[in-house]
Ligand binder design. Structure first.
Ligand SMILES: [Zn+2]
Length: 476
């Protein structure tokens, strides 16, 4: 049965034993699966799946059991171990009638650490008030792991057969080393291969202070995260007999030259569309600057104003900033080595080595030693995909008609960057609507609006109907 509208009736029938289709039956089904999602979220939050705790594999196993219970066969559920963590890959087999390659849904099971001492509520117990659920991971990213799991269970229990395979990849170390996504892309390509990936981690609806939805963001690209070390060396000596040259002075001069430098302004289709669509929503001088910049990307006044806003400076080009200093070995010795760590967010289209060469040129001291820290991953921007954009528009329409859909370029690195680097176009979005001020992802007292459970289920149900069903949006 492919028609998702009919499936919805069928699923309602399962829940209510009614045979006729009605709004109240749909609501019963949504309420039922929303309750199940909250119970799954409660279990998810109770698991401290931070790096080093070794608790991701058990979480993956518990989710695998949920899929088994819903009728997925063991052959389509794969746990891929990786050190102390693991990934879970789930394949929802379609009938292949669309002739299209699979859609990959990607979220992560791990969380950043949380210290119970500093939280108002215990981070590893799902807590709630009237408006929010609280707990580590309720926003990033256990909410969407839970949501996708519940969605697949709902679709399966409804008897839905997609017209192409749907694949879930729940990774296990997105918040630390991001090696599980690389392992899947490299060693388990057959499992995860897809026409494109929907990275259900980031993007989504933006609420203003009045609680009104003002835009829906979709991530099309991410800047490359790269870190460099810059070291000044010196023969050293005793501080009672100072030399004229000193590693700290040398490094300080180089840092000042970096401070005085800004990388050139750059644009692409994503950033220009982002500014064009965000400008009218702001209705202030920042919005005016965005509009002026879109009209003339050489407008110095607009550039200066946008660069002064920490939330927008990264959209204008590559940024690099010193973040750590180390050096010296004794208070009465001249330092033999002093190192600054410089963290960069590189605009798509440049390699980390290219940016390091530029920093070397600006630092203007051939005696400095430079190194790349870690392994940066550069990923191309994903091209516009009208099919996905239309599906989003249709899926938002019943609750948020005519909401501007705004492409964005992330300044961090999520698993999406690795899917893109592996040649799978990736789009970051979630069904959550939240005021950025309420988003405490990675921080204390992380929260998610309770309304997001039901709204997200509706949203993703419709998305699947658009992208892998008969194309017509399910009745809301
Ligand atoms: Zn995340």
């Amino acid at each position: 049965m492919k028609n998702l509208c009919r499936v919805l009736i069928f699923s309602c029938a399962l829940v209510t034993t009614a045979t006729a289709h009605s709004v109240s039956e749909q609501n019963d089904a949504i309420a039922h699966y929303s309750d199940r999602a909250v119970e799954l979220l409660r279990d998810a939050v109770s698991r401290e799946t931070a790096y080093g705790q070794g608790l991701v594999p058990a979480y993956a196993e518990s989710l695998r059991q949920v899929f088994l219970d819903a009728g997925f066969s063991p052959e389509v559920l794969t746990i891929v171990p990786y050190g102390e963590t693991a990934s879970l890959v789930v394949r929802y087999e379609g009938d292949g009638s669309s002739g299209r390659r699979p859609i990959l849904f990607s979220s992560h099971m791990d969380v950043v650490p949380a210290d119970p001492e500093s939280w108002l509520r215990h981070p590893f117990e799902l807590q709630e008030d009237e408006t929010f659920f609280y707990g580590r991971g309720v926003l990033d990213n256990k909410f969407d792991v839970t949501l996708l799991t519940t969605l697949f269970v709902w679709l399966k229990e409804s008897g839905f057969v997609p017209n192409r395979d749907l694949v879930i990849a729940f990774t296990g170390d997105e918040e630390s080393f991001q090696e599980t996504v690389q392992q899947l892309a490299r060693d388990y390509r057959d499992l995860i291969n897809a026409e494109y990936a929907l990275v259900v981690d980031g993007g989504g609806g933006v609420l203003n202070d009045a609680g009104e939805a003002i835009q829906f963001q979709v991530g099309f690209a991410e800047k490359t995260y790269a870190t460099f070390s810059m070291t000044a060396k010196n023969p050293g000596g005793h501080s009672s007999m100072p030399r004229a040259d000193n590693a700290i002075y040398d490094l300080a001069r180089a840092i000042q030259r970096l401070e005085a430098y800004t990388f050139p302004v750059e644009t692409n289709e994503i950033t220009l569309t982002y500014f064009a669509r965000t400008a009218p929503l702001l209705n202030n001088e920042v919005g005016d600057a965005m509009a002026a910049f879109v009209a003339d990307t050489g407008d110095e006044e607009a550039i200066a104003l946008l660069r002064a806003q920490p939330e927008y400076v990264g959209t204008l080009g590559t940024t690099c900033i010193p973040t750590m200093l180390s050096g010296g070995h004794a208070e009465n010795a001249l330092p033999r080595a002093v190192t600054a760590t410089v963290n960069c967010r590189i605009f798509p289209g440049h390699t980390p080595v290219e940016i390091m060469r530029e920093l070397q040129r600006v630092a203007d001291d051939p005696a400095l030693e430079w190194a790349v820290v870690g392994v940066p991953v550069a990923s191309p921007a994903s091209s516009f995909n009208p099919e996905i954009m239309t599906a989003i528009e249709q899926s938002l329409a019943p609750i948020h008609p005519n909401l501007p859909i705004v492409p964005e370029m992330g300044s961090g690195t999520t698993d999406g960057a690795y899917w893109r680097a592996a040649g799978i176009p990736s789009y970051s979005l979630t069904g959550i609507f939240i005021n950025p001020k309420d988003s405490f992802a990675h921080g204390l007292n992380e929260r998610v609006p309770k309304a997001a459970v039901t709204d997200s289920l509706r949203f993703w149900w419709s998305m699947v109907g658009q992208l892998a069903g008969d194309g017509s949006p399910p009745v809301q």
